[in-house]
Ligand binder design. Structure first.
Ligand code: NDP
Length: 253
């Protein structure tokens, strides 16, 4: 990770779960990390906690909603003005409400795609623009996708979420090609986790008994498992581009 020491990573959805663990891991590896979330006070608390631990790097908490184009632009502009620009972008913010196709809820479905897909595209566009304008040729973009981007889970109402993550998988490929055709060496990777014990199920309005059974399920990953994978992906030598890693808890098949 030495080559990233002092450089800048933006992590979306840094207030909870995988995003918070990834922001911590990157800061512990010496990066200056911009943690974006709507609940910015939680990211601020983590930032202060890292300071108390004498963390090698630093975490800056910035409020932002990935669905809002102007807020996305502001986050990247702030990062450029205060920290010199973005070197690594972790597109992690996401949510997973259950939406039945037979009782289709357009508002909920739009929220899924605006967050998981369009928010990721907006952050990518602004970060790549910033990297290219500064001649950063070794930037890295990591998408936190899902096993639901590879197949349709047996969860009721998982169609639109799975559709959003299938989109992320295709968009990851498309972005890689566009960057290649634009003659940049910016790398694009995705990580596709199976079940991770986080707040996403509660935040997405799953019924309480289901949330409880997920928390009590002994076969789950922890957020740090995914953060470790992010560190592995961005630590690869510049000529190595990891396309996708599927990570599932042992016992999940
Ligand atoms: P959490 O609910 O724990 O965290 C989600 C994060 O996304 C929060 O920090 C939340 O912050 C942020 N977020 C949600 N909407 C927005 C928004 N509009 N703007 C900015 N930030 C937003 O979930 P996970 O850590 O589990 O999920 C992280 C990613 O991992 C998601 O993309 C998810 O699809 C993916 N994933 C999760 C799996 C799991 O089993 N948990 C499995 C596979 C993939 P705030 O509310 O403060 O804005």
């Amino acid at each position: 990770m030495e080559r990233w020491t002092g450089r800048v990573a933006v992590v979306t959805g840094a207030s909870s779960g995988i995003g918070a663990a990834t922001a911590r891991a990157l800061a512990e590896n010496g990066l200056r990390v911009v943690g974006v979330a709507r609940r910015v006070e939680i990211v601020q608390n983590l930032s202060e906690q890292l300071k108390r631990e004498n963390c090698k790097g630093e975490l800056f908490a910035i409020q932002g909603d990935v669905k809002e184009e102007e807020e996305v632009k502001k986050v990247i502009a702030w990062t450029r003005e205060k920290l010199g620009g973005v070197d690594i972008l972790i597109n992690n913010a996401g949510l997973a409400p259950m939406v039945s196709l037979l009782e289709f809820d357009l508002v909920a479905a739009k929220k899924i795609f605006d967050t998981n897909v369009h928010g990721l595209c907006l952050f990518t566009r602004e970060a790549v623009k910033d990297m290219r304008s500064r001649g950063v040729d070794d930037g890295h973009i990591v998408h936190i996708s899902s096993i639901a981007g590879h197949y349709l889970a047996e969860f009721k109402g998982t169609g639109p979420y799975s559709g959003s993550k299938h989109s992320v998988r295709v968009l990851t490929e498309a972005l890689r090609r566009e960057l290649r055709d634009a003659k940049t060496k910016i790398r694009v990777s995705s990580i596709s986790p199976g079940l991770v014990d986080t707040e996403i199920f509660k935040a997405s309005g799953f019924p309480e008994d289901m949330v409880e059974s997920i928390h009590q399920n002994p076969i789950t990953l922890k957020s740090k498992d995914i953060a470790d994978a992010v560190i592995y992906v961005v630590s690869a030598p510049a000529h190595v581009q990891i396309h996708d890693i599927i990570i599932r808890p042992t016992g999940e098949a």
